[in-house]
Design a protein around this ligand. Sequence first.
Ligand code: ADP
Length: 273
Amino acid sequence: MPLNEEQKNQMRAEQAQIKNNLKDIKHQILVLSGKGGVGKSSIAVNLAVWLSLQGKKVGLLDVDIHGPSVPKLLHLEGRRLQGSQDKIEPVAYSETLKVMSVGFLIQDENSALIWRGPMKHNVIKQFVSEVAWGELDYLVVDCPPGTGDEPLSIVQLLGPVDGAVVVTTPQQLAITDVKKCITFCKQLSLPILGVIENMSSFVCPHCKQRTDIFGDDGGRQMAQDHDVPFLGSIPIDPAMAPAADAGQPFIGIHNDSPTSQAFSEAFGPLLEL
Ligand code: ADP
């Protein structure tokens, strides 16, 4: 249904408010995936931490409404949000990394969020229009998986951004979904900064031999077929899940693991935006 004049004016006012709130952010990167469980949040968190370790001022916005895992991954569960005048303060993970998550709104981590579409849209809108992000080099946005209403809301609300990092795993099932994600970006004129293939192989910690568990190069091939950049393949590391459970970002802690090295190589081009 076409918007009436009043709705159009309201939309313009909202967009102006968002633009004003985000005006001191140099780069905005969305992290998307075709489906859940491929490591999208792990990559968003490690990207944000890696950028902050490179001396950048970073914001990490977790709008994965039904599975906000950023508070857990950074050991920030239970933090309550503080307000100042008409703004909400993000939670400081470190001096250079500020975090906002839907998870901070949930009192009990076991309770599901039962929100209708407009409520989800409104909370996403608040995160971009009312959170006091201040001056940032990068805002990394951990989006909900898939190509439904919620990623659409965030893309529409943010307006022009640098682009999206699309996370997949090498299996055919994930590749089929990530192709939809690429079509989604293209339809919305959202530039694709690159594809990251996660959990592509296993490097034996003893003999250092690499085994391609799910077949090799599905993500690279798919990126080539769709004419989008391929940022890299991230091996499985058995230390990743315990680190996540302990709320420790992998990248600052397991620096000599092939997985950390692969993260750094994949993230490198994002410093050149
Ligand atoms: P998503 O956000 O796509 O749902 P998560 O980031 O929550 O996925 O990751 C799902 C699970 O896979 C988590 O337990 C995470 O620790 C694990 N994981 C992600 N990437 C890797 C990896 N490269 N090696 C080992 N475990 C991983």
